[in-house]
Design a protein around this ligand. Sequence first.
Ligand SMILES: Cc1ncc(COP(=O)(O)O)c(C=O)c1O
Length: 341
Amino acid sequence: MNFASDNVAGTSPALLQALADINDRPLPSYGGDPHTAEVEHLCRKIFEHDNLRTLLVATGTGANALALSALTPPWGAIYCHSDSHIAVDEANAVEAASGGSRLMTIDGAHAKIDPDKLRAAIYGKGIVHHPQPSTLSITQMNERGATYSLAELSTLTAIGREHGLRVHMDGARFSNAIAGLNCTPADMTWRLGVDVLVFGATKNGALAGEIVVCFDPDLADELEFRRKRAGQLFSKMRTLSAPLAAYLRDDLWLENARHANAMARQLAQGLADIEGAQLLRQPDGNQMFLTMHPALAERLRAAGAEFDDWPEVGPDVVRLVTAFNTREADVHAFLSLAANA
Ligand SMILES: Cc1ncc(COP(=O)(O)O)c(C=O)c1O
């Protein structure tokens, strides 16, 4: 009964198998292997985009920092939510990689950027003293488990376009957002004006690795050099790419996310009947926040359940996260423990 995070979960067996399958043969290094090419080919199909380019990197922080550094000059302003991972959980990696850009944080309920606040925050174009409006960064699904609807995304990217902003999407849980909204990856990204997506894999059953999906091929050439300078160009790239090709092939990425979301829905439904637990909002994907009476939390933990407190959201708030391999039996066990507590 571990609901602490989706990165405490292991790896989808198909990905481990993909790695084992190529272990007995030498393959070209630095991304010259056929699996790296296959990842790009599969992304072109998944995103219905013939020219997109993909770069594999080790971590979400690295991917966000690289993507944003290519989109933003050192004197640029990046508009993002005040609870966004890039603002609060990346130790200024974006600012470092971009040579000094400024994160301009914007509020909004459930960690969604409020369009009016975004409009009000964009200021100073052409004023030499002021950070220059450059980039909009949106997390989809976001840090509070909320998914922007396509209409909400479209409103934000339209504001960005009015002001000449480029658009980055932190998709550490992009698959959960797609599974939740049941829309196409193209409709959620480049058709709305997203320039670079970080297509997360680690939290959805990958061994490691995130895919930087660049919808602007010119920018991809620059990203290649930035990745090398950041020390993120793997010489044995196949150790990332062979499992990731298996992850993308036959839509395993979507199947994994659908399962995680379904487990979250079951958990949320069951929690509605539990005294001492109150969801802050229904989960859009695989994570939910709730107030939980401390005595209930203590009993659940004493019985072996694992989950984290989330005091930055509020007193007695905890977070529950499901993963690609969460078992229905664990959801039921958690709920019956809670009911009996
Ligand atoms: C919204 C979001 N972006 C990015 C990341 C990636 O972080 P890491 O650098 O740990 O892979 C995470 C992980 O928690 C996240 O929740």
